[in-house]
Design a protein. Sequence first.
Length: 1232
Amino acid sequence: MALIYSHKLLNSNERDELYNLESKLKEEKKQANTLSFYYAGLFLSMAEKYEKASEYINKCLRKDPNNLEAIILKGWNDMYMNVGEVQTSILDCLELALQKSDRHIEAILGLAKYRYLAKDYNACNTLLDKLIVNYPGQVVPLTEKLKNEFAASRWDAIYDSLERVLSVEPTNLEALKVRIFIALCKNSDYIEAVDQLNTFFTVLENEETNNGYQFYHTAQVFSKVCGRSSAVLSQVFKFSQYASEMNSNNVDYLSEVGYQCILQGKYKDSLSFFKAASKVDSNSITALCGLTLCQMYDNGPTEQIAQQVELLFEMQGTQKFPILYLLSAQLNSKNSNAVTFLNNAIDTQIALAARYPYSLTYIKNLDPDFLLEVYKEYKKHIPKKPFVIVGYLLYSQEGNNASVANCFKLLSTICKSCPGLITALYELAKLKFLFGYSTEAQTLAQQIGDLDNTHAGSQVLLAQIFIQQGAFTKATQTLEMCLSYNFKIRDSVMYHFLNGIILKNMNQLQDALSSFITSLQILTSKNNVGRQQEGDLNIIDKSTLFLQIIELQTTLGQFGEAGKTMQEAIQVISYTSEESRLLIARADLALNKGDIDNAIEILNEVKPGQPYYFQAHTKMAHIYLKEKNDRAMFTSCYKDIVNNHPMADAHTMMGDAFMSIHEPIQAAESYETALKGNPKDIQLIKKLGLALVKMHEYDKAMQHYENAIRLLNDDELKFEYLELLIKLKHYDKVDSNISSELNQMYNKEKDITTFKRRIRLLLTQASARELKKPAAGNTNLLLTEAKDLQMAVLKRVEIDSRGDIEEEKKQLSSILCSLAKVKSLKEPAVAAHLYSEALLHCPRDPSTLLALAKLYAQMNNPERCEETCAVLLNADPNNESAAVMMADLAFRKVDFETAQRHLEQILSVKATSWEALAQLIEVQWRRGKLSEVEQTLETAKKLLDSQDDPGYSYCSGIYSIYQGKGNAALRQLNQARRSPRWGQNAAKRMVLLCLSQHAPDALQDNLSASDDSDTRLLALRTAEKLLADVDHTDRNALKALLQLATKNKSQADKVLQDILPLATEDGYQDDPYLILAIANAYNIMKQPTRAKNILKRAISAIPWTPEKADGLEKCWLEVADNQISSGRTEAAKEILTKILNHNNSCAAAYQYLGLLSEKDQNYKSAALNYDNAWVHTGKNDLAIGYKLAYAYLKLKKYPECIVVSRHILKIRPEYPKLKKEIMEKAKSNLRT
């Protein structure tokens, strides 16, 4: 039997010998035993003659039904005979064999193969793992596991299996072929693939010298997935050539060499091989199809070829040849039948592959190269779309077209099977972009960039996408990167066209016009005419180019040039689908000349049913709105558009129009209608979501996103939904959603895409938790995992030398900084290490250096802080924050003069640096020279873009506080309260302003006690409302002070119960306001000793810092008050002097010193101190004024006494005792 097979395989002419062998076989059959039938079946099965093999196996089993080997062979043979069909009879065979021998390796392998063909990959793995454990030295189970992991596309497991197989058997053919496939179709590394192919050829030569099929099969697989790389095709050609030379009478081998020649563009060579194949077998459809294909390449479609194709259709029988459908489509390219032929070609080719699991056999039968040829032909039959999408062209991207849907299916199938085949990825990215799926197109283009960062086409496409999105800075960066990799791009029409669009939107109109003209010159140059090139413009893009030039020439006043360009455009565009755009351009010209009515008349010439009808009427609508302020006609125009053009893009445009005039309700209605026609348009889904949010229909918006996510399972929609939940403060829902998502199996894969998705989820979850409970420390594990994953991503990108390494480093640096921020409160040393690590990945990054400097300041390590600031200023000399930090360092050292110098230097360069100005006001106030700030504040005010600037309002507010103008301060700080930057600080200062009562009771003014009581109550209510806006770290202490303001004993007890446990927690131990609250509570509860003891900590344990300065000052004043009450005047003076060293404007300290001097009858010192207190309260504290007037009276300084008294009486004419006891006496004494 084997000899007969060999003779037939070699097309032997020894007919007598063959006859004798066949006769002998008939005789043997008559006396054959069980073993003979078994081996005959085994041979035929291996020779892929499955039906014939089945006969012999059945005969064997009839003789011996319990023959274990025959039962197993039957299972294997039936499997291969019925590939693509899962038959339970096969399972029965294999399970029966395993019942007889449960460790039989062939039976277990057979069952594993059954599970594999049934695409039950997990069950297959379980069986194979069992074999690998039981037979550790066997390579077959490992090889089968490699195939199974490959079928499941588990890439990390594939790499692991590859390594294991090759470690056991370095020349394992299956493993070597998978390795080549990964280089070609996963990593797109053609240099590596060529090396691997070369190695594989040597292995085959040595190991399978006479196995022509292996060489033939290898050529078939890899020639179809290399994107026609000349280097790969040259290497693959050797395989097919070797096979044909070994078996020169094999039609299939000869035909394959012919097809390899076609792939290399060697049509004459291919013709000779197909002719040779036809001589061997004149009825070989493979060879005849090849001959017809060569004729088509040489002569184009002819009647003779059409007849040949028709004949071949008749010859093919039940076995369908997809190439015939492609040839038919090319012959009927101007006929509506072409699309049907192309669909048949696609369906037939995909059906051939679909019988198999994902494998090299699947890839061979799918034939990606052929499918790309089909797509190339299909492109002729899909609607033309613009590549440069500007203005109203944004709405011409509807992809609801059957042919387009088929193209998406075709390209997606290729890209799924060959994820690194750049040719297919690029075509799919372009198609996605053209038909409105720009987000998906962007992802694909970036994927191409990761595979090959020198791919100019994908970079240009990214620029086109960014232009459509209005991200012109990104578009510029992309074009610059593209140019750095491929300088020839400067010779392309598209490069200059896109550059012009970018420059125009950056308002560089003359440069933009120059770019557009260069693009037009390249387009119309003699060298370019008649040549179809990648990146050439279609009629839509040509029209856009002309119209952009006309628009700019008109804007720049070049009306003569605009007229010439218009005439040139008319010659090119007239009688095309773009003719209506000329009318729109003419309307623009009329509008620029101020002829509004004429512009409307011209636009009315574009009638319903004509191309660009709705774009023309959109322009008309905006003319009515902007030029005539007629909202009714604006709406009417859009209603006409929708009535005459009831498609999704018209409703989308109408929705956008309503959003532009802040009518989200009507916009949402339009978007909802558009979505009915295009329910999978992600951009449209996002627009409706935004409209619902603008309407404050938050529940409806959430439901909308949830429905869209269920329909599309799109990552971008998921993250937009999570952002909405965060905005609505549904933090628990965000947390549970993300936790559920992170537990999904597809988010536990080990590929880069999954890692990046998981990182983004972790960071979003961390953000939600941080917003819910700041400083709770419950983001530590999330950020740590995100850091580890990002490190893995960076490592892979570095190893593969693909992707944007710098971008990945920035992401890692950002995560490290977030983690450092979390650690900074409890583990500042760890946080400092994390910031330093972040700087290794992004050296001299200003934001990281600044955060590190602030951390060192927090750690009370001024030397390291100063070093870090110096590095930052060296990297960025004009860094405002670093200069402020240097001033802050001086401030912390109580070196106010140095701090002032740093801050004034910043403000001399940038007068509106609110950080610097706020700190300068603080510094000058503490220096006792607040008046010197007034001019700086005025300078900043003159440079304001808006009088409502929150930074300016904050600075004005603190200036007013220090001037003693409480009401003005509250008003100004309230304007800053809604600012993300200044809001919390403003709210804290407002609360403190409402609570401020620090002078001793003996010095308080008791006039109009009932009025003061009402004012006080209102202030406390205001403070209570403001607490919600205060930073969480300050809120507890301020809330306690607010509750104690009522002096209620039971309230004081409750406050102590709440805040005493806090006093031992990290972050609160050194909070002076918390200590002050505890002391006040003890005083209210008549426990002064405890109050004094707790206040001692404020003197001994808490270091002075700018952040704690105000709170410490108040604690020190309380201590001074206690010491004065106890008669310890020297200790009190020491503390008051300490206060004035830190704040030369502390009116309360001067007031206490004045009181002590007064007690000592030292009225000269008392007058000096009261005068300082009087000046530093802005002469608004009348009680201090009264004391000053009294001191002047005692010193016999009657004029000064009268001046102060008059000032007080001007503000409050009925001030008690002042007029009679002080002012009248001073006047009387002055007269005498």
